[in-house]
Ligand binder design. Structure first.
Ligand code: URA
Length: 255
């Protein structure tokens, strides 16, 4: 027996988290299909058994949304802030820009409450995952789960000879804590400026900056380049965001 029936324009509006007017406009442009056939009639009825897509994207199958943001500097890793622009502001702006065509990597926020998985400082750039999947977020951030976060940093000051071994042993940060063992790779060094790659398993406040400070260096530029098996897509521009691909999602879930 067929399930409860709903008007198509209502179903599309609710499934995509857009207004009824936007849903009607998408329908009239032929962006909606029901069971593989384009349908422009918002009055037609659909039920849970029907496969309804907008721009080729199913409107019912996804439990959670996963976005990769190339966080730019000068934006805070928060969902709202009274003073600064937030990463959620960037996501909303991008959704508005893509409203006419979501394509493969666009997304519908709808009523979802996505949040950033961990924080990057306001002046830090790079990979930030946003999702409404709390369980995955918790796992990726737990130091016990040993999910590596890799940063590229430009630091000023001479890197001491024992810096790599001090990072590997677990640096004492101020009076507060001993960091878990971390990896420091010096990529280049000239005229008192070095480019380094740092791999951490935890994410304490200003941790990279504070660990570098402990070896007598100051971070002048910081970018996160990976989290577990998820790599920052360097073809994106700072400020851009997109859905994770199916492969990326599989990788991050296995991280
Ligand atoms: N470590 C820092 O010092 N800042 C960040 O944003 C991330 C890691």
């Amino acid at each position: 027996m067929a399930g409860k029936e709903t008007r198509l324009d209502k179903y599309v509006a609710e499934g995509a988290g857009i207004t009824r007017k936007e849903a009607k406009s998408a329908l009239s442009k032929g962006r909606v299909s029901v069971n593989g056939e384009v349908c422009k009639n918002g009055d037609s009825k659909v039920s849970a058994e029907d496969e309804v897509t907008l721009d080729g994207r199913s409107l019912k199958t996804e439990e959670f949304l996963y976005l990769m943001l190339y966080k730019p500097a000068r934006v805070v890793s928060a969902t709202e802030d009274s003073r600064d622009r937030t990463v959620l502001d960037l996501v909303r702006e991008q959704q508005a820009e893509n409203a006419d065509s979501v394509g493969d990597t666009g997304f519908f926020l709808g009523k979802r409450e996505i949040f950033p998985v961990g924080r990057l400082d306001k002046d830090t750039e790079g990979l930030l995952l946003l999702t409404d999947d709390g369980e995955l977020a918790h796992r990726l951030l737990s130091p016990k789960k040993h999910v590596d976060k890799v940063y590229f940093a430009r630091i000023s000051g001479e890197v001491p000879e024992d810096a790599v071994s001090r990072f590997a042993a677990g640096i004492q940060v101020g009076q507060e804590y001993q960091a878990l063992p971390a990896k420091l790779e010096v990529l280049s060094s000239a005229d008192g400026v070095s480019e380094v790659k740092i791999t951490l398993r935890e994410g304490k406040f200003h941790q990279v900056k504070r660990m570098c400070h402990e070896i007598g260096c100051e971070v002048t530029y910081l970018k996160r380049i990976s989290m577990g098996k998820l790599l920052l897509d360097e073809t994106m521009q700072p400020g851009e965001c997109r859905r994770l691909t199916a492969e990326e999602l599989e990788e991050i879930k296995r991280s």
